[in-house]
Design a protein around this ligand. Structure first.
Ligand code: NAP
Length: 531
């Protein structure tokens, strides 16, 4: 297995349960994946703690006590460490070890893996739990090596923290990460310059500590929440609401609904009405509501204009959940630079230059995101049947049958791979579904003497077409963002995750498994021909 984040830990637990020997290679020196690497100040999950956790063990659910609605990075890292200890996982994890190459040997039907520690390992099955947001994206500005100060990507924040007291700090990027780190750095830095290229919608988190009554209710309702997660299209344990179209109600009713949703906070804002994501007119009304709310928070109208100059519909990029973000621009030590009108041109020894100005800095923080969905997989040299490189297979766009197995790469399972709901869902719940499907598939193979699984290229192509068709019809597919791969130069553009709903996706996966794994091709042990 590749990676000891949420996916790798659970995969290890389940694969061990099949009686197979298993080993996880993890490039960091601890578990937690995203929550190991993203330790920048303000790092916090924007899915509620009671949803962003494993459900596979009722004991675990009953033992663990979340302290906040939206858990912060240290608490999440503690959680994954607790899980690693609770299920005795560490003994099969090799830390500080990156997988450089994985090569499928057709004759032996084995994956040959080369690691950064110089080891070569041979395995029948390889499971990627490398993560959808683990390959960092750092733009290549001219002069980047000449900078005399310190430069850091938010996903590489030092373990011991970074004291920015008295520093002149530049932050590039105002996505979910930038929005979290900026208010924290502003409290310490002498001066903070924020370079915003694309203004984005953000909804207040309304984070809060969880009191005893809430915790008791959460533990009591464990089963009901699990059912809700399974039936929901995003894997969240919320009770469905009877929302109508935003256009069916009068203005006063509509405003009340938006006000209520705003007051509740969190990523569910768009659910105030059923058609915010599908009807441009409803979306426009919701967008204006949020713009107005942002304006109210910002003292300087010019700064507010730059913050609400949003060029895409609400929800077309991942909705940001913020704490004190917009108010931060009212601080005297914070300057917003409109990097769309005045782009960054180069890094200099003293700081950073834009077309119209220059900024002297001691620290440059890159909150510039990730090469999402495929970045971590393609960072390794993965070669399938006949030496076909995964990079070449995906040169014009990534896809795998159900997001699980890419044809020509037998016995390589991808957890939350391209073609699955992955990042458009409560990802930890999607991870569990994938791990359980893979474990069942492995059990099926063991029971039936099958030792090779591949996907049928036609089934894969049809699935991938379906994924694209749904995406093209949605506002997400029409908007540039990391969701469409447009943040990475040279990357084929397009949504690679399934937007049809996690509940529907699960049904399809289960149906395919119960139909004898339709669309997959198995080979029995010792026989060269496919059956
Ligand atoms: P992101 O959404 O891709 O944002 C990257 C930011 O960097 C954008 O503002 C982007 O501007 C800017 N940028 C990139 N290259 C630039 C350049 N050359 N010049 C100027 N600006 C540049 O990345 P992220 O904020 O790390 O978030 C990625 C995802 O991680 C989120 O959508 C979410 O799924 C996850 N995440 C979740 C949480 C949470 O749970 N709260 C927190 C952090 C991240 P443009 O928009 O113009 O490209």
């Amino acid at each position: 297995m590749i990676g000891a984040g949420a996916a790798g830990l659970y995969a290890l637990h389940r694969v061990r349960g099949l009686g197979l020997l298993a080993k996880v290679f993890e490039k960091g020196d601890g578990v937690g994946g995203t929550w190991y690497w993203n330790r920048y100040p303000g790092a916090r999950c924007d899915v509620e703690s009671w949803d962003y956790c494993y459900t596979f063990s009722e004991e675990l659910e009953q033992e663990w006590e979340w302290t906040e609605r939206f858990p912060a990075q240290p608490e999440l890292e503690r959680y994954f460490n607790y899980v690693a200890d609770r299920f005795d996982l560490r003994r099969d994890i090799e830390f500080n070890t990156r997988i450089n190459q994985a090569r499928y040997d057709d004759e032996q039907n084995r994956w040959l893996i080369s690691t950064s520690s110089g080891e070569t390992v041979s395995t029948r099955f390889l499971i990627s739990a490398a993560g959808c947001l683990s390959e960092v994206n750092t733009p290549h500005f001219e002069g980047v090596d000449t900078f005399a100060g310190q430069q850091i990507h938010t996903a590489r924040w030092p373990k011991g923290g970074l004291d920015v007291t008295g520093m002149r700090v530049g932050v590039i990027g105002t996505g979910s990460t930038g929005t979290q780190v900026i208010p924290q750095l502003a409290k310490q830095a002498d001066q903070l310059f924020v370079f915003q290229r694309t203004a984005q919608f953000a909804i207040p988190a309304r984070n809060r500590p969880l009191d005893d009554d809430t915790l008791e209710e959460l533990k009591h309702n464990y089963h009901e929440r699990w059912e809700l997660k399974r039936s929901s299209s995003t894997g969240m344990g919320r009770r469905p609401t009877e929302a109508s179209s935003a256009l069916e109600v009068d203005e006063a009713t509509r405003n009340r609904a938006f006000e209520d949703s705003w007051a509740r906070g969190g990523p569910g804002f768009a659910r105030a009405f059923s058609d915010v994501m599908t009807n441009p007119e409803s979306n426009q009304i919701a967008s204006e509501f949020v713009r107005e709310k942002i304006r109210e928070k910002v003292d300087d109208p010019d700064v507010a204009d730059t913050l609400v100059g949003i060029d895409h519909p609400l929800g077309a990029r991942r909705l940001i959940v913020e704490i004190d973000y917009f108010e931060t621009y009212n601080r005297p030590n914070v300057t917003l630079v409109d990097a769309a009108a005045d782009p960054i041109t180069e890094i200099t020894p003293q700081g950073l230059r834009t077309t119209e100005g220059s900024y002297d800095l001691d620290l440059i923080v890159y909150a510039t995101g990730f090469d999402g969905m495929t970045g971590a997989l393609l960072a390794m040299d993965i070669q399938g049947v006949g030496g076909l490189a995964l990079r070449d297979k995906w040169a014009d766009g990534a896809g795998a049958y159900l997001g699980l197995v890419a044809s020509g790469f037998p016995n390589l399972f991808m957890i939350t791979g391209p073609g699955s709901p992955a990042v458009y869902s409560n990802v930890i719940f999607s991870i569990e579904q994938h791990v359980e499907w893979i474990a069942d598939c492995l059990a099926h193979m063991l029971e039936n003497g099958l030792d090779r699984i591949d996907s049928d290229p036609e089934a894969e192509a049809e699935w991938t077409r379906g994924v694209h068709d749904i995406a093209h019809a949605s506002i997400i597919g029409k908007t540039d963002s990391w969701w469409t791969g447009s943040n990475i130069e040279g990357k084929p553009k397009g949504v690679t995750f399934y937007l049809g709903g996690t509940n529907i996706y699960r049904e399809i996966c289960d149906e395919i498994a119960s139909n004898g794994y339709e669309g997959f091709v198995f080979q029995p042990a010792g026989k060269p021909e496919s059956v």
